[in-house]
Design a protein around this ligand. Structure first.
Ligand code: CTP
Ligand code: MG
Length: 229
């Protein structure tokens, strides 16, 4: 069983507003991307990692990740997250031609515990062709119209917040991306459009996505707590 992890890391990090690509923003001395790739490798289940870097920063990112070893490859990402995933998926054909399982993991979810990575891989290996880690939703969620007026309140008990890594049988993800029209916010969404089933495994609070300065402060605090143990 060969597992390749794709890491979309080519975003500009506009909501974080750190003046550089989010993947390169340091938390306790190391960029988010380094934490993310380290976590994937620490799972012991990932054979190759393909990072989609901001096109202008490919060499810098390759230098940054070189200490993590020859299993980590860096390619240029694209304009939208979906483009970055597709470019990394294409590159995986070269770097990991024997891969049968593919993970897609946001660099922004840099502190995902290795146990979550293992749970996703094990579920795919166990026969689920598409798997996402999820958490219950704590807030009540409203659906609104274009003017912000509430039009509905979905039953919260049936809602889940979705994290990464998302795991797939490699052929299914290829098919999903080949059929994709327009961007999607996650890869499982493309698989759903094919009418294929998507399974869930328990996610983890630390797999939170670092989007805003508040999230970065939370991540700093989580890591400080970890290092202090
Ligand atoms: N991503 C990517 N290529 C893009 C856009 C996003 O690889 N063209 C990646 C980001 O680097 C991130 C993940 O997709 O790891 C999730 O995207 P998001 O959290 O939106 O990050 P950014 O696009 O960088 O942030 P923002 O939307 O605030 O600019
Ligand atoms: Mg974005």
């Amino acid at each position: 069983m060969t597992v390749v992890a794709l890491v979309p890391a080519a975003g500009r990090g506009e909501r974080l507003g750190a003046g550089r690509p989010k993947a390169l923003v340091p938390v306790r001395g190391e960029p988010l991307l380094t934490h993310a790739v380290r976590g994937l490798l620490a799972s012991g289940r990932v054979d190759h990692v393909v990072v989609a870097a901001p096109p202008a920063e490919v060499d810098q990112v390759a230098d940054l990740l070189r200490p993590l070893g020859p299993a980590v490859h860096v390619v240029a990402g694209g304009g939208e997250r979906t483009d970055s995933v597709r470019l990394a998926l294409d590159a995986a054909l070269t770097f990991a031609p024997a891969a049968d399982v593919v993970l897609v993991h946001d660099a922004a979810r840099a502190f995902t515990p290795p146990e979550v990575v293992r749970a996703v891989v094990d579920a795919v290996v166990g026969g689920a062709p598409a798997v996402v880690p999820v958490l219950p939703v704590a807030d009540t969620v409203k659906q609104v119209d274009a003017d912000g007026r509430v039009v509905g309140t979905p039953d919260r008990s049936a809602l889940r917040a979705v994290q990464t890594p998302q795991g797939f049988a490699v052929d299914l993800l290829r098919r999903a991306h080949a059929a994709a029209e327009g961007a999607a916010t996650d890869d499982a969404g493309l698989v759903e459009r094919l009418g294929e089933p998507v399974a869930t495994v328990p996610g983890h609070p630390w797999a939170m996505k670092v989007t805003t300065p508040f999230d970065l402060a939370v991540a700093e605090a989580v890591l400080a707590g970890e290092e202090g143990r």
